[in-house]
Design a binder for this molecule. Structure first.
Ligand SMILES: Nc1ncnc2c1ncn2[C@@H]1O[C@H](COP(=O)(O)OP(=O)(O)OP(=O)(O)O)[C@@H](O)[C@H]1O
Length: 440
């Protein structure tokens, strides 16, 4: 299993003068394969006493010698220096009493000391951590997307800063919040998801409050597209109906979720549905007081769908330029159900806080420093619950549109989906309320 990554910290504009003599004339470009490798490993080892001391990672012990007691600084033990495509990694044995968190706090200092773009720490096992140094920002030039043979409901969006694929897996993380200012890369994520999901046995639905401009190009593959508030209300009601039927179906088979149903039953009666919501703020914005009740109902319905979606295979991708608590308590409640987060460049700290503050408060600085000239770069929180910097591959509207057209025949009709319960009787409103109380 891939070890857990704790923090990525790009160096700030201050420098820490450790081992200065050894580092003179040394540039990050020297971190590479080939003849320099032995030299690089030697440099890391030779300067480790200075570096670990400068970064506060040494331990002071009292020794009793001829001259009496004296303080001795002990550096942590290094081992297994390995080059990587972007720099190197090396294992460090923790001193007694040290934790990976101590290293997480020293990452900026380590990055400056090693003259690299960033250092991350990975937990490798009790008593050890692995430090991963990257000599340049791997997100500046991602290169081409590699082939991806994902499973059902997985799509590769791009690459993480670690060089690993950035994958959205709806079965692991059912609902996603994708936030970013204009031209930050949100639509590119949606394009990649449409393109990746189109060939799969999955139904797509959309609530496009930008008058349909975002999702209409993919209409061929979308089973139901709502572009006005009334239509959105109808679509959300349909989804509640589908969820209620699936709940009854599971109860009939004595199963807790659709994934435990016999495969033929699941395929026939519980096709996964991915619902795209574009410009979420529009769902909550009130033009006048007459809309208050409609908005309250929409908000409750969306929340119910999010609560039940994981068990009954209805997944949400909620996109927007801005989310803030000023949109009402419904938005904050919805956010807590959307455990997948993608935060592109945003215009205000409040939006970044809404997108990441509850799950990864220490990622805010990284999110707020995404430059405008790097669209597609985001801070994301996914299945491992940790945050990562990542960048999407550029998937154009034309590519997504072509996939939607090519696989249009896989789009089930909405009528078929809303009547495909296979359950002898639907669940009552009271039972649904009970279930939701339990899920809340
Ligand atoms: N991963 C990427 N790599 C390179 N360029 C990208 C990437 N993602 C987006 N871009 C560029 O940025 C532009 C804006 O991207 P996109 O349309 O996805 O942004 P957006 O956030 O949806 O903007 P808006 O809210 O205005 O629709 C794209 O036309 C593309 O040229």
């Amino acid at each position: 299993m891939f070890p857990e990554i704790l923090w990525a910290v790009p160096p700030a504009a201050v420098s820490v003068p450790v081992g200065a003599a050894v580092w003179r004339n040394w540039s990050p470009a020297s971190w590479n394969y080939g003849p320099g490798l032995v030299g690089n490993a030697a440099r890391v080892h030779l300067t480790w006493a200075d570096v670990s001391s400068g970064c506060g990672l040494t331990k002071t012990r009292t020794r009793l010698g001829k001259g009496g007691r004296r303080q001795v600084e002990r550096k942590p033990k290094l081992s297994r220096f390995r080059p990587t495509g972007y720099g190197f990694r090396v294992r460090v044995r923790l001193h007694d009493g040290q934790t990976p968190g101590d290293y997480a706090q020293a990452l900026t200092r380590l990055a400056h000391s090693w003259r690299v773009h960033a250092v991350r720490v990975r937990r490798t096992g009790p008593g050890w951590v692995e430090l991963v140094a990257t000599s340049r920002d791997p997100l500046v030039n991602l290169g081409a997307a590699s082939a991806f043979d994902g499973e059902l409901l997985t799509v590769q969006l791009g690459r993480l800063e670690t060089g690993e694929p950035w994958v959205v897996d709806f079965r692991q993380v059912p609902h996603w919040l994708d936030i970013g200012a204009t031209q930050s890369g949100k639509s590119t994520d949606v394009n990649a998801l449409i393109k990746g999901l189109s060939p799969q046995p999955v139904a797509l639905a959309g609530l496009d409050l930008k008058g349909g401009v975002e999702l209409t190009p993919y209409e061929d593959r979308i089973s139901k597209l709502a572009t006005t508030r009334d239509e959105c209300g109808g679509l959300l009601d349909d989804l509640i109906g589908i969820l209620t039927d699936r709940m009854a179906l599971c109860r009939t088979h004595r199963m807790r979720n659709v994934w435990k149903l016999p495969e033929d039953v699941r395929e026939q009666h519980a096709m996964p549905i991915v619902v795209f919501v574009d410009e979420v703020a529009e769902l909550y914005l009130m033009a006048d007081k007459s809309e208050k009740d409609v908005i309250a109902k929409t908000s409750t319905t969306l929340l119910r769908i999010a609560q039940l979606g994981r068990a009954f295979a209805v997944y949400l991708v909620v996109c927007g330029q801005r989310v803030g608590s000023d949109l009402g308590p419904g938005v904050t409640a919805l956010r807590s159900q959307l455990s997948g987060r993608i935060c592109h460049r945003v215009n205000d700290a409040e939006t970044a806080k809404m997108a990441l503050g509850d799950l990864a408060p220490d990622s805010l600085e990284a999110a707020l420093s995404i430059p405008a000239e790097m669209p597609g770069v985001a801070v994301t929180v996914g299945a491992d619950g940790r945050w990562h910097r990542a960048r999407s591959f550029l998937t154009t509207e034309e590519e997504a549109e072509q996939a939607a057209r090519e696989f249009a025949h896989l789009a089930p009709s909405w009528d078929a989906l809303t009547t495909a319960s296979g359950a002898p009787s639907s669940i009552s409103d009271a039972e649904l309320a009970d279930f939701l109380d339990g899920a809340a």
